[in-house]
Design a protein around this ligand. Structure first.
Ligand code: AKB
Length: 314
């Protein structure tokens, strides 16, 4: 049975990933860590950990007897653009500490990259797995450097590093914070509470997205994949759908016909979105480890609205 340490466990992905991992591997085999204490009690072991403290990360992983690290702690794209130096220190410093901890303790390693690793010169449609990557954001620079570092640790030290390029992730559990794709989560909350939403992303801007249950399954499937079949290791393109704000609004209107979408574009997040692909090609992930998804836009909308209505009433 794996013993897994998760960093950033209280973040958007982490807070659901720990539940998924506990179901797969047992509650006592998943150590959640984050820079802050949880606001409410969470299941399983928890440890406060600042990922920029490499010695503490090593000691916590060793004491737990972890054989796997899933490094999720990172600043998202819009926040990284607002605080580039802080983003570099946290995103790159945290990643180096996690890779070094994994190397020293011989652990399997996962960290997510992002569609943010692409830039304006990348082909926008069916973006290939291996292509031009010249991002123009600090987040993108961090992600490309991170992809290369993970490949380096595999080739140089034989570390079992694995990863995906996530698109915007949508979930009703924890809200993202500081991302460019966050509008596609906010819109569901506002559809229920206000019946309308003002989008900070412009009409016609397509971005890749995925519903959280598919993202969590992808992490487990990649980590369990036969290493002999992996031609790539890190930064597999994965996506479930791509849409522009009008399309998600149309999907919501099927359940809330009076829902209204208006626009008040944020130039900074719009520039980031414009620099990313419209739709990436996940065929390498499909071929090498059987990547698949269960939710398209309408299935996700139905589930999001149902779950959020219950959550917001509670
Ligand atoms: C963001 O918008 O920054 C993230 C991402 C696509 O990596 N959701």
């Amino acid at each position: 049975m794996k013993k897994i340490m998760v960093t950033g466990a209280l973040g958007q992905i982490g807070s659901e990933l720990i539940g998924k991992l506990q179901k797969e591997y047992g509650e006592e085999n998943v150590l959640s860590t984050d820079i802050r204490q949880p606001l409410e009690p969470i299941a399983g072991p928890f440890q406060v950990l600042d990922v920029t403290d490499g010695k503490m990360m090593h000691d916590v992983a060793k004491d737990f007897g972890a054989d796997t690290i899933m490094h999720m702690a990172a600043l998202l794209s819009a926040k990284a653009e607002a605080e580039p130096l802080f983003a570099w220190n946290l995103n790159m410093g945290g990643l180096m500490n996690a890779l070094e901890t994994a190397r020293e303790l011989n652990m399997q390693f996962f960290t997510p990259s992002s569609i943010g690793a692409f830039g304006p010169s990348t082909p926008k449609l069916n973006t290939p797995q291996d292509t031009l990557q010249r991002p123009t954001t600090m987040y993108g620079v961090n992600k490309v450097a991170g992809e290369l570092l993970c490949d380096y640790y595999f080739h140089r030290f034989g570390l079992d590093t694995r990863g995906v390029r996530f698109p915007g992730l949508i979930s009703y559990v924890a809200q993202p914070g500081g991302g460019t794709t966050d509008y596609a989560v906010d819109i569901y909350y506002k559809a229920i509470t206000d019946g309308k939403y003002e989008s900070f992303i412009a009409e016609g801007t397509c971005m890749d997205m995925m519903y959280m249950p598919d993202a969590l399954q992808a992490i487990v499937d990649l980590m369990e994949a036969d290493p002999g079949k992996l031609m790539h290791r890190n930064a597999f393109n994965v996506t479930a759908m791509c849409f522009e704000p009008g399309e998600i609004a149309a999907s919501i209107k099927k359940h809330i016909p009076e829902f209204e979408l208006t626009y008040n574009v944020d130039p900074i997040r719009q520039a980031i979105a414009d620099s990313w692909p419209d739709h990436i090609d996940p065929s390498a992930a499909v071929a090498e480890w059987g990547f698949k998804t269960s939710y398209d836009l309408d299935a996700m909308t139905a589930d999001m609205l149902e779950k959020l209505k219950k959550k917001l009433k509670a």
